[in-house]
Design a protein around this ligand. Structure first.
Ligand SMILES: [Ca+2]
Length: 112
């Protein structure tokens, strides 16, 4: 299992949310990395890893771009550059979502 401070397991259309202890700031470049694993011998379907602020979508990584091999992990990366002006008090949130049933996402997230 790769290093990280959050671990989750998704199956049958499940989703995970993690609200961060941080608000969206202007003129920032955010990088979120998530280790996504494909459980050995079990079919893998699609997932998304999204970054949100105050419930509003900012950026995401999709399984079309980051697809692990069977029994392996891959690092999915989400980048977001915030504009020069943002409304204050927008809490950042990570959403990890399985888009189809019959898959397993093992996610670990790290902020760089
Ligand atoms: Ca598999």
């Amino acid at each position: 299992m790769p290093d990280g401070d959050q671990v989750g397991f998704l199956v049958n259309g499940g989703s995970l949310k993690q609200q961060l202890n941080a608000d969206l700031l202007p003129n920032m470049h955010y990088t979120l990395t998530v280790q996504v694993g494909d459980r050995l011998g079990i079919p893998f379907a699609d997932y998304s890893v999204g970054l949100y602020a105050n419930g509003n979508f900012l950026a995401q990584a999709l399984s079309a771009d980051f697809r692990p091999a069977d029994g392996q992990f891959i690092t999915a990366t989400v980048h977001y550059a915030s504009p020069s002006v943002v409304a204050p008090g927008q809490r950042l949130e990570i959403r990890l979502k399985e888009l189809e049933g019959a898959m397993h996402v093992l996610g670990k997230s790290d902020w760089i």
